[in-house]
Design a protein around this ligand. Structure first.
Ligand code: GGG
Length: 354
């Protein structure tokens, strides 16, 4: 029987609540549909851990994570500690340290989910956003001079490398060629940011030559944001820099009904390091502890993890169970207009798995 080790970091706010449901669902699906066992290592790394120890993770934390086949992550961020500690000492370094350069963020309009745009049918919005995850605007390069004075200066540098641009573009093109529409949009802003995004565009022009079977085009990020609202059904695979991908996927989540349904995978395609799977949403301190967060973004992230582990039947079973629960419409968390709890939603998906 296949056996996988998965590190689980619930993190902050609603993170642990939604991850508990994702663990239940993934475990049931892996066992029933692929005969596989998932062995979970629960790690308490979070803002509370930081307050106790002065660190977001122990000194050997990265080494501990490396011993696992995958990482399931909830959310990080708490109003009592600056993001430059919580996000910048746990989540962002994990993506870089484990070279998880592909941040895959699907957006799909499920049946039974109210769409804020009129006239959109279930399945009509169906896109994969490939966000560059290790450099770009999120590179920790810059400085802060004369803080608190009238001469205060902050410099934040975007880092774009030929290798970094080409490899995320190739990952997106590889995905596009497997999809029925075989269409790819590269997001840029090289009319304003001529150096970094100029290199991005040059890499796009070079890489697209290797994919004549894919219809590809380049679009400015402002036009892309407008079209995500005006005609999201026009997009198939979208590839974007770290910041643009982050912003656009909140928008793609909104037009498909709820950020509570938006899943993501932070993938190291070489498999030299573990990949990490997390909902797109953050810790949502306003609803934390109330048991009302929608766990489906975490559950669908766990489905991406099952795919990555080669448990394709289990992954398909999770997606199918989620689709049926949403289409049924009887179990809905408040983000979908209902009154059900996080646990009710988890129960419904586990029951639908069979
Ligand atoms: N589960 C996602 C999460 O915890 N997000 C917090 C955050 O600040 N993320 C920044 C990012 O995804 O780049």
């Amino acid at each position: 029987m296949a056996d996988f080790r998965v590190a689980v970091i619930g993190g902050d706010g609603i993170g642990p609540e939604v991850i508990d449901q994702a663990v239940r669902v993934a475990e049931a699906a892996a066992r029933r549909h692929d005969g596989a066992t998932l062995r979970w290592t629960r790690l308490p790394w979070s803002t509370a851990f930081y307050k106790q120890t002065g660190r977001m993770l122990p000194e050997d934390g990265w080494e501990q994570l490396r011993q696992h086949d995958a990482i399931l992550f909830g959310a990080v961020g708490d109003p009592s500690v600056p993001d430059k500690v919580t996000v910048h000492e746990l989540l962002l370094p994990m993506r870089r340290r484990f070279d998880q350069y592909v941040n895959l963020r699907p957006a799909y309009l499920f049946a039974g989910v109210p769409c804020p745009l009129s006239g959109k049918k279930p399945g009509e919005i169906d896109m994969l956003v490939y966000r560059e995850n290790t450099e770009g605007e999120y590179a920790p390069v810059g400085g802060h001079l004369y803080p608190g004075t009238e001469h205060e200066v902050a410099v934040q540098t975007g880092v774009f490398t030929r290798r970094g641009c080409e490899r995320i573009l190739r990952a997106a093109f590889d995905a596009a060629r497997t999809r029925p529409r075989k269409t790819l949009t590269s997001v840029t802003k090289s009319n304003a940011q001529v150096y970094g995004l100029g290199l991005w565009d040059a890499a796009f022009e070079a890489v697209r030559k290797d994919y004549p079977d894919v219809t590809s085009s380049s679009l400015l990020v402002d036009a892309c944001a407008m079209d995500f609202v005006r005609k999201p059904e026009a997009f198939d695979v979208v590839v974007a820099s770290n910041l643009f991908g982050d912003i656009l996927t909140d928008l793609s989540a909104a037009v498909t009904g709820s950020i509570g349904l938006a899943s993501s995978a932070n993938i190291n395609p070489t498999r030299q390091f573990p990949s990490m799977f997390e909902p797109v949403h953050g810790s949502a301190p306003d609803i934390a502890g109330k048991g009302v967060a929608n766990p489906l973004a975490a559950v669908l992230s766990a489905a991406l993890m099952l795919d990555h582990l080669g448990l394709a039947k289990a992954a398909a079973a999770v997606r199918d169970a989620v689709s049926r629960v949403l289409a049924g419409g009887t179990v809905r968390t408040p983000d979908l207009g209902g009154t059900n709890t996080t646990a009710d939603m988890g129960d419904a998906v586990v029951a639908a798995i069979g």
